[in-house]
Design a protein around this ligand. Structure first.
Ligand code: HEC
Length: 351
């Protein structure tokens, strides 16, 4: 029986749709999309080291394998930069256009941000780099995040540049996933690189623990997982307030060492402006409905942050007006605010 015209057009539509989906879900335009019946995915990637057993403290274990001493490089707006393998680089958030130029010069093809901040995908694209945004938390890696990372490593174009804000904790943990799934590296090796080279701190034992104890997605599992490789994700709300607070706090941390005076090397960073924005951030985020149900100590630290950022702003305003006696209260407010960040994270973010 001849197929009817209707059947023909639905076949055509189905083909068009599947091509469309294929284009949407494939990561790199320079690589052909995965064929309909591919060779077994496992054949194309190295075997991933199985999880270790009986690890009491993964941070301690990360100190035990002796690695040669290496220090991160600081070049053109990239900080704490390490080439971990032919496939994987780790470092800080690219700071300005020169940083993307440098990444392109290094041959990097795909940048993966695991920070909460929306990446500058347009600037990256100008330099031929593709961004994939997989924000992770400090407490550890969820199974979903591992699938997103493994799929990106296996299907986007290498080499990869993994970054968070400073390139010390979450970025190196995600880079370690790349070392496991692309390079077939040993579990003990990747956590040693995090701790001994990149400087991932003991506060984030959860990141170390997941890298040694969790099974990594198999090549078949990541191939079958549906993910559209988003270049940018936005959160809004409390998480975005935190992303913003981190940048302002970082500026203040640098300037505190100079009695909050402008650094001629970075005239664009202003302590008073940063303190004003931080005070606004805490005033607004303290009213967000999403934190209403948080426990009393959380609200206590929010209150300290609110009061101390206002005190800092006012002291810096007086200092700017020539009142040198305002330096001591500015320092005190800065320290009290910083302590609230650390205390609250210790309780509600890092574990
Ligand atoms: C009252 C508690 C509290 C205070 C105070 C606080 N934070 Fe946070 N912070 C959190 C929590 C909870 C998260 C995790 C939020 C999430 O991922 O949704 C977080 C997340 C973050 C993140 C990660 C954002 C990302 O990229 O995903 C950074 C960076 C951060 N905070 C910086 C700061 C800085 C800097 C300060 C002080 C100026 C501060 N925080 C004060 C509770 C707090």
């Amino acid at each position: 029986m001849r197929p009817s015209a209707k059947t023909n057009s639905s076949i055509a539509l189905a083909i068009t749709m599947s091509t469309f989906v294929g284009v949407l879900l494939s990561c790199s335009v320079t690589r052909p999309p995965t064929p309909a019946s591919p060779e077994p995915a496992a054949a194309r990637f190295p075997a991933v080291a199985p999880p270790l057993a009986d690890v009491a403290n993964a941070y301690v274990l990360a100190g035990q394998r002796a690695l040669p001493v290496r220090k991160g490089e600081d070049v053109h707006g990239l900080h704490n930069l390490f080439q971990l393998s032919a496939n994987v680089w780790s470092g800080s958030e690219p700071d300005g256009e020169a940083a993307f130029e440098e990444l392109a010069r290094l041959g990097v093809k795909t940048a993966i941000s695991v920070d909460g901040k929306r990446p500058d995908a347009e600037l990256a694209a100008k330099h031929g780099l593709r961004y994939v945004h997989v924000p992770i938390e400090y407490k550890g890696l969820t199974d979903e995040e591992l699938l997103q990372l493994a799929k990106t490593f296996r299907e986007c174009e290498p080499p990869f540049y993994l970054h968070c804000f400073h390139g010390r904790h979450r970025g190196p943990a995600a880079a370690a996933v790349g070392r496991l799934v692309l390079d077939g590296a040993a579990r003990e090796q990747v956590i040693a690189e995090m701790r001994q080279w990149c400087g991932t701190a003991s506060d984030y034992e959860g990141l170390f623990r997941d890298l040694v104890l969790k099974p990594m997605p198999t090549a078949d599992a990541s191939r079958d997982y549906v993910f559209d490789f988003p270049a940018q994700r936005s959160f809004g709300g409390f998480r975005e307030a935190m992303v913003d607070a981190a940048r302002r706090h970082d500026a203040l941390k640098k300037l505190e060492k100079r009695d909050f005076a402008i650094d001629p090397a970075h005239p664009d960073i202003d302590a008073l402006e940063s303190a004003k924005q931080l005070a606004d951030t805490f005033a607004i985020s303290g009213t967000l409905a999403e934190i209403f149900d948080r426990p009393a100590d959380f609200h206590g630290w929010m209150e300290v942050s609110k009061v101390e950022t206002v005190a800092l702003r006012d002291a810096l305003q007086r200092l700017r007006g020539g009142d040198a006696t305002a330096l001591a209260p500015a320092r005190r407010a800065y320290a009290a605010m910083t302590k609230a960040c650390i205390d609250c994270h210790q309780q509600y973010r890092n574990h």
